[in-house]
Design a protein around this ligand. Structure first.
Ligand SMILES: NC(=O)c1ccc[n+]([C@@H]2O[C@H](COP(=O)([O-])OP(=O)(O)OC[C@H]3O[C@@H](n4cnc5c(N)ncnc54)[C@H](O)[C@@H]3O)[C@@H](O)[C@H]2O)c1
Length: 375
């Protein structure tokens, strides 16, 4: 079992001030830029030249984000093709990938073409996967347009799709050429989507950053939160963790807090009348896994209450019907973090502290999930 105490000290967080103009978070292989996207494009296209540019959108980002994205009409968009897919997690499938690969082929994409993924985590994960596999890999840029994809999904090089309803079962690790984060896109997001995105920032705070935790607790509501203040420290947690452990051998597993139960819940409700958004499922997952941390003797009661109070503040209304515990457990047994037939968890031991490679007994997992429907 690996224990990471005070991850924030290890990671040198809070090196950035409020976003005023474009800010750079440099990684080893690419940069994350935060600010107006129009400032990022000229710099990027000065350095990189492409035969064709393809932009992947869904019906929402085509209408709400693409006009803003293209407003400069730079010369590099001359040979531009738009690939549009339908939105939704259930489209994150091999069938949609086949459509995207065909669109690239029919549009004349060669190894020197660029794919820009303009959308939420579904577009980023699947568009990145298609780009990383088309002709054994073409360049791609992630332009996240949801809070969840800005703070989490667009960084770290995890790309993939769902298979037979199982989340992210097929995929690759591959770095984008760049990540462009423009908070302007948040303006058209629904309150529910903003709340969903907030869950990953809460997770980053719990596993690594007590200072961010205080900021998160002080938010009145996600729609009025000052995201220019919150985005950078949240991104910083993910950026530094994935830099330290790109292929999830150790410290990166900390990012899975809330996700073992969260992914099972998300999958469970996907084909029902009450599907959960990714962040909603992760929020419920964090509540159950915080309980599990208590029953495993890792987290004290006051730490638990602190975490639950914060999560309840934003997610008290997320109340899907009680799931069948056996089916949920079956889903957890397909999780990629498992080892030797045991379900793997990353559990908090306090704010800013986390333990990975925890393998609690089945009964404790069922009890922790059951608690979600007790109150
Ligand atoms: N790769 C990773 O490390 C990682 C991490 C976390 C989550 N994910 C994945 O991300 C996905 C969830 O991402 P998501 O929450 O962004 O969901 P999503 O991509 O489904 O987007 C949510 C909805 O918001 C719409 N939308 C996008 N941008 C908009 C905007 N600016 N204004 C209005 N509507 C907009 C989309 O069309 C969609 O309907 C899941 O598949 C999850 O597995 C990946």
């Amino acid at each position: 079992m690996l224990h990471f105490d005070n991850l924030n000290k290890l990671l040198n967080l809070h090196a950035f001030e409020k976003i005023t103009t474009m800010q750079l978070l440099p990684l080893k292989n690419y940069d994350i830029s935060i600010g107006p996207v129009k400032d990022m494009m000229p710099l990027f296209f000065e350095k990189h030249h492409f035969t064709k540019v393809f932009i992947l959108v869904d019906e929402h980002t085509r209408g709400l984000c693409l006009p803003y994205f293209l407003q400069q009409e730079f010369a590099f968009f001359k040979d531009l093709r738009i690939i549009e897919i339908a939105s939704g997690e259930h489209r994150k499938s091999i069938k949609t990938c086949t459509f995207i690969w065909h669109s690239l082929m029919e549009g004349g994409a060669d190894r020197h073409s660029l794919m820009i993924n303009l959308g939420g985590g579904v577009i980023g994960d699947m568009g990145g996967f298609c780009a990383a596999t088309y002709m054994r890999g073409i360049a791609f840029v992630q332009v996240p347009t949801t809070l969840l994809s800005m703070t989490d999904a667009s960084i770290g090089g995890k790309l993939g799709i769902d298979l037979s309803g199982l989340k992210n079962l097929v995929g690759v690790f591959a770095d984008p050429a760049a990540v462009w984060i423009d908070p302007y896109f948040l303006k058209s997001l629904s309150v529910r989507e903003l709340r969903s995105g907030l869950a990953e920032t809460i997770k980053h705070a719990i596993i690594a950053d007590p200072q961010l935790w205080e900021m998160v607790k002080a938010i009145n509501s996600p729609e009025t939160a000052d995201w220019s203040q919150l985005l950078i420290p949240s991104l910083r947690v993910k950026q530094q963790i994935v830099e330290a452990d790109p292929f999830e051998k150790g410290i990166r597993k900390a990012l899975n807090f809330g996700h073992t139960i969260g992914h099972a819940l998300e999958t469970y409700y996907l084909e029902t009348d009450t599907p959960l958004l990714h962040g909603e499922a992760v929020a419920l997952g964090m509540m159950a896994e915080a309980k599990l941390a208590v029953s495993e003797g890792l987290l004290d009661q006051s730490g638990f209450e602190d975490i639950i109070a914060c999560l309840k503040k934003y997610y008290a209304e997320v109340t899907p019907p009680k799931p069948d515990p056996k089916k949920l457990l079956q889903l957890m047994y397909t999780d990629k973090k498992n080892k030797g037939g045991k379900i793997g968890f990353a559990l908090p031991t306090g704010i800013g502290k986390v333990r990975v490679d925890c393998f609690p007994e089945e009964g404790a997992v069922i009890d922790a999930v059951g608690e979600l429907w007790q109150v």
